[in-house]
Design a protein. Structure first.
Ligand code: NAD
Length: 499
């Protein structure tokens, strides 16, 4: 299991008994270990409040790895690198004991003073932890120190700034790895390659040839047990501020002069800077919010959002957002980018549809229909792949055209939040590659965009619930496109099928 290319490191996971650690982080570390991407010179300290022994912790590691990764080889050996430290992060006294354990492991495994601090905990603790890490000397190391931080990064621009200031007291911007797990998805990473490695797309990737872009991320799941968190968040903060705007910036960015972190991020930032702010009355014309009511999915009757645990009976929280974005630059002027995301929709899917403009003169007709526009569909999840929708001659003697699809299907993978994404991101962090993490400038620009929408929505109550569970969202989301002469491409018709 040796690979000298991955630096040695001590990974300190705060929140090590939590859901994220068990379902994503431990299995991802194990996969890296199994693939030889983690050298034998690594150690993990799990920090959480519960009082458990090292042995119990290592057993729980083995359990989570077996149930998630489904393999048993080397599991015990892998788990032996894990140590547990019971510690309330708000208690100043126990950081010195953590420091001592970290130094001992550093010596024992020969970790060269490299440390990764992974905050898999509620964001309210991030600032406190960062301040203590500095004050109690855990960040005084000979090697690298990196902070990995989960979403949500603040609640709005002001709280994000406050949090950023706190963590910046202990870490430089280039030491902070803000996770957006969408950026770890294979097909999200593929957006750049599809665009910049193919001569046939880039010349068409502008307002002369593209009529509109549609980005959909729909979930079948409701809010589940996360009502308390979700009531304060809603779909705009939970999905649009981060994942949706990240996908838009990758789709719209200019080719970077080099494929390195600095250049790619700076092109993404330029997209966010060119994003037209939607504020005041315009919010009602450019954005639609929704909340699911009761309904049926796969024969199961489901309750509405307001009936979910820890949700107010008259909640004004949106579980669905659709919006029209405009990027005011030379390439994109006039091309609407429609986004929509929601819970309890009929299908689980994340897809990007690039709709090309109609050809100047249509010589061919499909029976009773006009010619279909060309579409490039990027399937992010659950299927991964790309489909190009073209028109070709229909079999038979006449010259009618019929739609055909060219498919590339990557692989079947289950779930948006799959360990695969975390595996890639953890590996990137260990190697010091921050490209697929969000820079502070991106976070700040995204909050400043969504804050203007929240400001209007917080002042007015919507007539919720306004879409039944199992549907595609409120009717107004369809009208948003109809006003412009477009419609949402039905997600199910765009599935990867072999033709
Ligand atoms: P969780 O509630 O399951 O786990 C929280 C962990 O923090 C537990 O280990 C708990 O013991 C520990 N903890 C709480 N208070 C503590 C204290 N005062 N001192 C020490 N430890 C304390 O939460 P989770 O689902 O694992 O999520 C963690 C973070 O990751 C959150 O910010 C969440 O928004 C984010 N996140 C989670 C997921 C996921 O799939 N679970 C996905 C994306 C982002």
């Amino acid at each position: 299991m040796k690979n000298n290319e991955t630096p040695t490191s001590l990974i300190i996971i705060f929140g090590a008994t939590g859901d994220l650690a068990k379902r994503k982080l431990f299995p991802s570390l194990y996969k890296l270990y199994e693939k030889g991407r983690l050298t034998d010179r690594f150690a993990v300290i799990g920090v959480a409040r519960r009082s458990i022994s090292n042995d119990e912790f290592q057993e729980s590691i083995q359990e989570s790895v077996k149930s998630a990764a489904g393999k048993e080889e080397h599991v015990q050996e892998f788990a032996s690198h894990f140590y547990y430290h019971s510690h309330d992060v708000t208690d100043s006294d126990s950081y010195s004991a953590l420091k001592k354990l970290a130094s001992e492991l550093d010596d024992h495994y020969g970790l060269n003073g490299n440390r990764i601090f992974y905050l898999a905990m509620a964001p309210e603790f991030f600032g406190t932890i960062a301040l203590h890490l500095k004050k109690d000397g855990l960040t005084e190391v000979d090697g690298f120190k990196r902070l990995v931080i989960e979403k949500p990064f603040g609640h709005d621009l002001d709280s994000a700034k406050e949090l950023n200031n706190q963590i910046r007291t202990a870490f430089q911007e280039d030491e902070i790895y803000r996770i957006d797990h969408y950026l770890g998805k294979a097909m999200v990473q593929n957006i750049e390659v599809i665009r910049f490695a193919n001569a046939i797309f880039e010349p068409l990737w502008n307002n002369r040839y593209i009529s509109n872009i549609q980005v959909t991320s729909s979930e079948i799941l409701g809010v589940e047990e996360r009502g308390r968190y979700y009531e304060k968040s809603g779909a705009l903060r939970d999905m649009v501020q981060n994942h949706m705007l990240q996908m838009v910036s990758l789709l719209a960015m200019e080719p970077p002069i080099k494929l390195n972190t600095k250049e790619i991020r700076s092109e993404k930032v330029r997209v966010l800077r060119a994003l037209r702010p939607i504020e005041g009355e315009d919010v009602h014309n450019f954005f639609v919010r929704g909340q699911y009511g009761e309904g049926e999915i796969n024969g199961e009757h489901l309750r509405g959002y307001r009936q979910e645990p820890m949700v107010e009976e008259d909640s004004n929280t949106e579980t669905f957002v659709a919006g029209k974005l405009l990027i005011d630059n030379f390439r994109w002027a006039g091309v609407p980018i429609y986004i929509r995301t929601g819970k309890r929709m009929g299908t689980k899917s994340t897809k990007i549809v690039i709709q090309f403009k109609d050809i100047p003169m249509n010589l061919y007709y499909q029976t009773e229909k006009t010619l279909n526009p060309n579409l490039l569909v990027i399937h992010i999840q659950p299927e991964e792949g790309i489909t190009l929708h073209l028109n070709a001659k229909k079999a038979g003697e006449n010259m009618d055209a019929t739609p055909v699809k060219l498919n590339f299907s990557n692989k079947e993978s289950d779930g948006i939040n799959t360990p695969e994404a975390y595996e890639k991101l953890l590996y990137d962090c260990m190697r010091g590659d921050a490209t697929n993490f969000t820079h502070w400038d991106e976070v700040a620009l995204s909050w400043s965009f969504t804050d203007k929408i929240s400001a209007v929505w917080e002042k007015t109550k919507e007539n919720f619930p306004n879409y039944p569970s199992g549907t595609t969202g409120p009717k107004k989301a369809d009208e948003l496109l109809e006003k412009d002469g477009f419609f949402w491409w039905p997600i199910t018709d765009l599935e990867v099928t072999n033709c």
